[in-house]
Design a protein around this ligand. Structure first.
Ligand code: BES
Ligand code: ZN
Ligand code: ZN
Length: 483
């Protein structure tokens, strides 16, 4: 199993005396209530007067941290501040090699301790399995204890699930092609299914050929490894939906661009991340099954690498897709839409309630909304507005781009039903228009090209794979259960 160990969160009645303690307090909290010496209290007070938000007191027998919770009218912003403060604190935890910390919630308002614990656990993630040096491999934080009367056992369980699902997604994104080709991705999905309790069926190349998934096969032609198509099914007896929710994830295990080769620097050299949509789909399935949400959900992951091998698909090729549509390929680097189109057309057989696809689909999405937001498109206003709410809550915010008819002009082809690239402008939207062609059910497309993989660290989202989409969709599906 490729999944990293995650620090375990649990609720305890009282912090252990000899372990590091993190107090969460309001700005005007009476510091004399904390078990500190007079000079320590005076020091902490002077820091707070100085508007410091994170104070560390190296008491003679243990470490004490004080986190001052800021005042915010908007809860979602306050929670995000807590996650970010937890990141700052995690830097200290790592530096001091603490294996266990105690969060003592003296602020005592709903959601505060939970957001802080979430930020701390997400900040503690490291992808260090390939270091030879044992020191670098060691995970420092293994246990997070919380003392809080506002944190329920359910909150603890949910947080453990959400954070481990993000870890699952990050691990899949961070694994390089040398260790995770399309076949190994399918094997990993089977392992995750076993661990979480959902069914997995994997189609091999022969089956994919028999199904005539022309898009997936075309992209795979330049590769030495066969493609895979994984189907994850979670169908609990108490499911509240008859028609399934289907999650589709782009599983390009590495994107060289194919014959339309990418330049290396700043372009190809982060493309192990092109399976982040697949990673998110697996992470979400893991979360839903672990949390035993009463939902019938299916996950589809078409997977291959995109390479310029000797039989590679070429510009001007015409490909017949799974649903019979003919596609003129004008850029082999627009491969994500080729494999997603087959998966989206395949999703139709489930008569789905809603299909959500996640994909690192276009560089244009990064240009449009940067690394802090997801570009969303689709034909279902209700789902998009619900995702907007979940996005604000989890800080995995979405920005909707339109799929107006005029944009469709750009993918008209002289020789086939459609072509796989549009013109110079609105690249994320023309990609969305391409996908739309293969959908005839309620559908939302999430282009996570900007958020899925970070070249430099961004607080608790970390560096490299972020697990983008997992917390967003888990919130979205949790709300579905409460409707
Ligand atoms: N995987 C890339 C998109 C991407 C770019 C993801 C940057 C993350 C960061 C995708 O397959 C691709 O190459 N798209 C092309 C499409 C173009 C050829 C129409 C792009 O965005 O340049
Ligand atoms: Zn590409
Ligand atoms: Zn790609």
């Amino acid at each position: 199993m490729i999944i990293s160990k995650i620090p375990v969160l649990s609720k305890i009645p009282k912090a252990a005396v000899d372990e590091p303690v993190i107090y969460l307090i309001a700005p005007h909290f009476d510091l004399s209530q904390l078990s500190m010496t007079k000079p320590e209290t005076a020091y902490a007070k002077s820091c707070i007067d100085n508007e410091d938000k994170l104070i560390s007191v190296n008491s003679y027998y243990k470490w004490i941290y004080i986190v001052v919770v800021s005042e915010h009218n908007d809860k979602a912003t306050l929670y995000e501040t807590m996650r970010n403060q937890a990141f700052e604190l995690c830097q200290q935890v790592i530096k001091n090699k603490f294996t266990c910390v105690n969060i003592v919630d003296l602020y005592s308002e709903e959601g505060i301790a939970a957001a802080f614990a979430e930020g701390l656990i997400l900040s503690a993630y490291k992808f260090n399995k390939y270091f030879g040096d044992k020191d670098k491999k060691e995970i420092s934080l293994t246990t997070v204890h919380v003392v809080s009367n506002k944190l329920t056992d359910m909150d603890v369980e949910k947080l453990n699930i959400v954070c481990s699902s993000v870890y699952v997604a990050r691990d899949i994104v961070n694994e390089p092609l040398s260790h995770l080709n399309a076949h190994k991705l399918a094997v990993t999905i089977q392992e995750v299914g076993k661990a979480a309790g959902f069914e997995v069926e994997v189609f091999d190349k022969q089956r994919i050929e028999a199904l005539r998934m022309g898009g997936l096969l075309a992209v795979n032609r330049g590769s030495v490894d066969p493609p895979s198509f994984s189907i994850m099914t979670y169908k609990p007896a108490n499911a509240i939906n008859e028609k399934p929710y289907v999650i589709v994830g782009k599983g390009i295990v590495f994107d060289t661009g194919g014959l339309s080769l990418k330049p290396t620097q700043g372009s190809m050299d982060s493309m192990k991340s092109d399976k982040a949509g697949a990673a998110a789909a697996v992470g979400i399935m893991y979360a839903i099954a672990k949390a035993a949400l009463p939902l019938y959900v299916i996950g589809l992951v078409p997977a291959t690498d995109n390479r310029p091998g000797e039989n590679a698909y070429a510009p001007q090729d015409i490909i017949t897709m799974y649903d019979g549509t003919t596609v003129e390929v004008l850029n082999t680097d627009a491969e994500g839409r080729m494999i997603l189109a087959d998966a989206l057309a395949y999703a139709n057989k489930y008569n789905p309630e809603l299909v959500i696809d996640l994909a690192t689909l276009t560089g244009a999405a990064v240009v449009a909304v940067g690394t802090i937001a997801i570009a969303a498109m689709g034909n279902n206003k209700e789902a998009i507005s619900e995702l907007h709410i979940s996005g604000m809550q989890t800080r995995e915010r979405i920005v909707e781009l339109p799929l107006w008819e005029e944009y469709g002009e750009q993918i008209k082809s002289d020789f086939a039903d459609i072509k796989n690239v549009g013109g110079r402008w609105a690249g994320s939207i023309t990609a969305g228009k391409f996908l739309e062609h293969f959908t005839n059910y309620p559908w939302v497309h999430l282009d996570i090209a900007g958020t899925a993989y970070l070249d430099s660290s961004d607080k608790y989202r970390g560096k490299a794979g972020t697990g983008s989409g997992v917390r967003l969709l888990f919130d979205f599906f949790t709300r579905k259960c409460a409707e």
